[in-house]
Design a protein around this ligand. Structure first.
Ligand code: NAD
Length: 332
């Protein structure tokens, strides 16, 4: 099969490319390198599989470019988006334009040829719903629209509605995956992602900056596991027209995460608590808990995440210890 991966030089996109190329598919990667990097795909572009990979630097907002690239593929994996709490709070308008218009263009182009599209959404769309494991039909409890952070969840909600309605009304095969906190090698800590940021702070002996009181909890899923979930959905015709949580139930509070990483890296760092208003913006709201119910995707495809929290963190620590990591950290 031939795949177009938008956001293909990003964290998740580059791992999706690895998996697809590894099983014999060809991939066309489109990325504007706003948060992604060619370093993430260099091994694909220059390695033995280079004939199966093509990279185009450009934007999903470029209708004619997306149209041209779509002509050459069977399936689109749409990952390009403005991501990361820090970035979203700084640039809510850009987030909306990029995420909503980008998805609209991808679907508009895909419908002309009936090209299947996997749209990636997020656990953020459940907002402040902290009532245990969230299943796909759980309520969304979002805060005031005057708070910039909700721009991301709102943009992804619109993306989901686009995907559902293109299927319902225009018979375009679409699948929506709601990703819950993926982590692993190649994720940058530059835009508010907590695990790579903590690991870098621990390795350089800086204080680990916990935003809020650290009691908020998250479930971290290894990116390789998450990619397995995305590929299982891509391969499953019964998934079309539907939405699936993709994440793990490795739950930990942010404070315990900081303590665990200090221990695992044998770091001399301390923990420093930073109020949300200082870290992001006055009145910033966070989610207390974000635990996925994954029974829907497991029931349909058999997919379950395999990696435990310690294995995941070990992978990130090893990645951040590689010689280049220091230079990259200085860049961001
Ligand atoms: N990482 C997570 O835990 C997580 C959780 C929920 C949802 N997601 C979703 O997964 C997708 C990938 O996220 P990621 O974590 O790999 O982040 P990422 O920032 O590494 O990936 C996004 C990629 O899209 C590219 N991009 C942004 N705007 C673009 C545009 N207009 N045209 C072309 N390329 C563009 C960026 O340069 C980057 O390479 C996103 O849609 C995100 O919303 C990720």
């Amino acid at each position: 099969m031939r795949y177009l991966i938008t956001g293909g030089a990003g964290f998740i996109g580059s791992h999706v490319a690895d998996r697809l190329v590894g099983r014999g598919d060809t991939v066309s990667l489109l990325d504007d390198l706003s948060t992604g990097s060619t370093a993430n795909i260099q091994h694909l572009l220059s390695g033995p599989s280079s004939a199966a990979v093509r990279f185009t630097e450009g934007s999903v907002l470029d209708h004619s470019l997306v149209s041209q690239l779509t002509r050459e593929v069977d399936v689109i994996v749409h990952l390009a988006a403005t991501v990361g709490v820090e970035l979203v709070v700084k640039k809510p308008l850009e987030t909306l334009l990029n995420n909503v218009r980008g998805t609209e263009i991808v679907l508009d182009v895909a419908v002309q040829r009936g090209t299947k599209v996997l749209v990636t959404s997020t656990s953020e769309i459940y907002g402040k719903n902290a009532a245990g494991a969230l299943h796909e039909e759980s309520d969304r409890i979002l805060g005031s629209l005057l708070k910039a952070r909700w721009a991301y969840a709102t943009s992804k909600e619109v993306d989901e509605i686009f995907a559902f309605e293109y299927w319902r009304q225009r018979k375009l095969p679409t699948v929506v995956a709601r990703l819950f906190n993926c982590v692993g090698p190649r994720q940058t800590g530059a835009y508010g992602m907590v695990v790579p940021r903590f690991v870098r702070q621990a390795l350089t002996g800086e204080d680990l900056t916990v935003f809020g009181d650290g009691t908020q909890s998250r479930c971290f899923c290894h990116v390789m596991d998450a990619v397995g979930g995305l590929v299982a959905l891509l391969d499953c015709d019964e998934a079309i027209g539907d939405v699936f949580n993709v994440g793990s139930q490795n739950e930990i509070s942010v404070r315990s995460l900081a303590e665990l990483l200090i221990e695992m890296t044998a770091s001399s760092s301390s923990i420093r608590y930073v109020p949300y208003s200082e870290a992001y913006e006055p009145g910033f709201e966070d989610m207390e808990r974000r635990l996925p119910d994954i029974s829907k995707i497991t029931g349909l495809t058999g997919w379950v995440p395999r990696q435990g929290l310690k294995e995941i963190l070990e992978d990130v620590i090893e990645y951040e210890r590689r010689p280049l990591a220091g230079a990259e950290a200085a860049d961001v």
